[in-house]
Design a protein around this ligand. Structure first.
Ligand code: PGA
Length: 248
C-alpha cells in the first residue's frame, strides 16, 4: 500500500494535523494505545496535545509506548527519552504515568527488557497509532540502515551519523551513548496505523527515498511502504522532493 502523503504549509500546521489525528482516535477510543517518538520534530505536536488536554480532552485512560531509549541512561538523566517524554508531554496532561512505557535504559539485562517491552505491547492489545520521526539516514526509532524488516525490540549500536546528529543535545559528542534499546521495524509495523512527521529541507531527500524508493534496509523508513495504513505528514520543505503522484 503506498504511503499516504499529507503536505502542510508550516511545521505548526504539521503539529496541528498530527495532534488532531491523535485527538480523533482518543475521542473514538478513550483507552487507545499510542506509540510515541522523541526528537525535535514531535515537540510541537505534544504541545498541541497538552493544550487540547487542558481544554478538556482526557488522556487519563491512554496507554503509551515509546520507541526507544539510550542504553546506559536512566529516566532522571536530562537527555534520556523518559525524561524528555515526562517533560515534553506527560507532565502537562492527565496521562497516568504508570500507563506510560519507555524501554528501561538501565535494565540489568537488555534482552529481558526488550522481551518484556514486546510482551507489554501484546498484553495491551497492540498499538493503535504509532507516531514516528525519521532520521536523515532513513532510520525510524534507532533502526539504523541495515536493520531488517523483521527486526524486533533489541539493543543496537548507533551509527556515527546518528551520534553526531544527537550530539547537539549533549555537552560533548563523547557524552552521547553509543547504544540504545529500540523497538524493531516489525514491532512498529504491527501498529494499526502509523503517522510519520518530518519538517525542514534537510529531511527532503530521505523522505522522498522512503516514499518512492524500493523498500530496502539501506533506508529503514522505506519499509513503511509495506504497512496498510501509513501517512507521512510533512511541511512543504520536507515534501519538496516527493513526486506529485504521491500527494494525497
Ligand atoms: P528529529 O529526529 O525529530 O530530531 O529530527 C528524528 C529521528 O532521528 O528519528
Amino acid at each position: 500500500m503506498p504511503i499516504q502523503v499529507k503536505i502542510c504549509d508550516t511545521p505548526d500546521d504539521v503539529a496541528r494535523a498530527a495532534a488532531s489525528e491523535i485527538a480523533g482516535l482518543v475521542r473514538q477510543k478513550p483507552d487507545a494505545v499510542l506509540g510515541l517518538a522523541t526528537g525535535s520534530t514531535p515537540v510541537k505536536t505534544y504541545a498541541e496535545l497538552v493544550r487540547m488536554n487542558q481544554e478538556g480532552l482526557s488522556f487519563s485512560r491512554l496507554t503509551t509506548f515509546n520507541l526507544d531509549e539510550y542504553w546506559g541512561l536512566d529516566g532522571t538523566h536530562p537527555q534520556s527519552y523518559r525524561f524528555f517524554m515526562n517533560h515534553a508531554f506527560f507532565a502537562g496532561t492527565d496521562i497516568q504515568l504508570w500507563n506510560t512505557h519507555v524501554p528501561n535504559g538501565t535494565a540489568v539485562d537488555a534482552d529481558l527488557e526488550c522481551e518484556a517491552f514486546e510482551t507489554r505491547i501484546r498484553a495491551c492489545g497492540g498499538v493503535d497509532l504509532w507516531l514516528l520521526g525519521i532520521g536523515r539516514n532513513g532510520h525510524i526509532a534507532f533502526n539504523e540502515p541495515g536493520s531488517a524488516p523483521d527486526s524486533r525490540t533489541r539493543l543496537v549500536d548507533l551509527t556515527k551519523s546518528t551520534i553526531a546528529a544527537n550530539s547537539r543535545f549533549f555537552e560533548r559528542v563523547d557524552d552521547v551513548p553509543k547504544q540504545a534499546l529500540t523497538a524493531g521495524i516489525a514491532t512498529i509495523c504491527e501498529a494499526k496505523r502509523i503517522i510519520l512527521l518530518a519538517t525542514g529541507k534537510d529531511k527532503a531527500r530521505v523522505v522522498a527515498r522512503a516514499v518512492q524508493g524500493v523498500p530496502h534496509s539501506s533506508c529503514p523508513a522505506s519499509f513503511l511502504q509495506t504497512h496498510s495504513d501509513c501517512t507521512f505528514i510533512l511541511d512543504r520543505e520536507a515534501a519538496s522532493e516527493v513526486s506529485a503522484a504521491f500527494n494525497s
